[in-house]
Design a protein around this ligand. Structure first.
Ligand code: ADE
Length: 252
């Protein structure tokens, strides 16, 4: 069981995601637990203000430290060895490797940033790790937190029925997955590759590996250097590179 505590200004954003599909099942079967905490509940005064204008001037509003600090105090993360994470576009990239690291914690506290940013003292003193889910700017950290919760949850034993499918996922193996097919054999004249119908399991595995390498070479060659390739993989990649060069008739 892993527990996620989510600090957000918009807890209602999580309703649909937590009430659907595998996440719902994981919650019901207690593989994961999720607690939502409204940062506004920890803000002072009648108006429960959570943001303010930036020191030094400039546009936009900045999230204040006190409500976040009070919310974290109430959760006392240090007692349970929890990790406290802020989601923001300035964070380190969230990758499958980071998801695997996080899946080893029993408790993860996720803080959703908002407005133009958050008071830097939150980062300096209250946060263990800052993560970004990609090189684009979202209007808040909520969607990013949902991505992290989903990617980490499915690594927890008991989450997905078929644990082998998690093991061979794209990125877990370091490569993109190759194509998948299911019935019918032919649709609209579009056929399933013969090899998959051949029954030769060894040849099928070799074909799948080759397709996986081919796709990674074409779409994400940056992944190849950390993919833990075998000698055989390297030979295949050389062949694929040669094929590509031979058919390269761009006329340049
Ligand atoms: N908040 C806004 N944009 C984000 C991003 N790309 N990743 C994580 N949190 C964010």
């Amino acid at each position: 069981m892993i527990r996620f505590d989510i600090l957000t200004l918009f807890p209602e954003m999580f309703d649909s995601v937590l009430n659907c599909s595998l996440t719902k099942r994981a919650l019901e079967s207690k593989v994961i637990a999720v607690a939502l905490h409204n940062i506004r509940d920890f803000a002072a005064g009648r108006h429960r203000v959570t943001d303010d204008t930036p020191y030094g001037g400039g546009s936009g509003m900045v999230m204040k430290i006190e409500p976040v600090a009070r919310a974290l105090e109430a959760l006392s993360p240090e007692k349970e060895g929890a990790i406290v994470i802020l989601l923001s576009p300035q964070g380190e990239p969230f990758t499958q490797r980071v998801a695997e690291e996080l899946s080893r914690y029993r408790r993860i506290i996720l803080v959703c940033g908002h407005y133009e940013g958050i008071d830097e003292r939150v980062l300096l003193h209250l946060i263990d790790r800052e993560l970004s889910i990609g090189d684009y700017v979202l209007s808040g950290g909520e969607l990013a937190v949902m991505v992290v919760v989903d990617a980490v949850s499915r690594l927890i034993p008991g989450y997905v029925g078929n644990s082998e499918s998690v093991l061979i996922d794209s990125f877990t193996t370091g490569l993109l997955e190759g194509p998948h097919y299911t019935r019918p054999r032919e649709y609209n004249g579009w056929k399933v590759p013969d090899i998959l119908l051949s029954g030769h399991q060894k040849n099928i595995e070799a074909w799948r590996r080759r397709e996986s390498l081919k796709r990674t070479l074409a779409r994400r060659p940056d992944l190849l250097k950390n993919a833990g390739l075998s000698e055989e993989d390297r030979t295949i990649l050389e062949e694929l590179g040669a094929e590509k060069n031979n058919t390269d008739d761009s006329g340049a």
